[in-house]
Ligand binder design. Sequence first.
Ligand SMILES: [Zn+2]
Length: 184
Amino acid sequence: MALREILVVPHPVLKQVSQPVEQVDDELRALMDDMLETMYDAPGIGLAAIQVGVPERILVIDLQRRITPVDDEGNEVEDEARDIREPQYFVNPEIVWESEEYGVYNEGCLSVPEMYGDVERPARVRVKWLGYDGAAHEEELDGLLATCLQHEMDHLDGILFVDHLSKLKRDMIMKKLTKARKGK
Ligand SMILES: [Zn+2]
C-alpha cells in the first residue's frame, strides 16, 4: 500500500467526470487499498478516486465507530476511547431512489482543506454498487453514511460540496483557501 497525493481545489482534474469501472480486479483493489490508506492518513471519512487523480467511479468510506469504555462507576473513559475501522468500498455506485425528506450536515472535504459548510441532501438513498470483491450490492442508507456517499458520488461528476453553497459563501471559502496557501 502507498499514500497518494490528494488533489486540492482549484485543481482542474477535480472537475472531471469519472468513468465507470469495467472490472474489479487486483489492480483496482490495490488502488482502493491506497485510497483507504491515504484517507486514514489525511484523516478523512470518505475519498473518491478522482481526488487522487484517477478518473474512475470508485469511492472508499469509513465512518469509524468510536468505542468509549466505561469504568466501574459507569463513567465513560475518554482517554481510552478508540476508533474501530469499518472500511466500505463502492465501485460504480448508483443512486436508484432518494427520500423526499432532506437532512443537513456541516460538510468538509479533503480537497477543500479546513473549510466547512452546511449542505442539504436527501436524508435516505437506495444505492447499487459493486464491492471490493466485485459482488453486486443494493442497500438503503441513511444518516451520515447517506450524506457521505452522496458527497463522494458528487466527486465522480466533478462536483464539490462548495458547489452546493451560495456563491457568496463559496467565494469566501475559495478566497480563504488562496490566502492560506500563500501564507505557507
Ligand atoms: Zn470531498
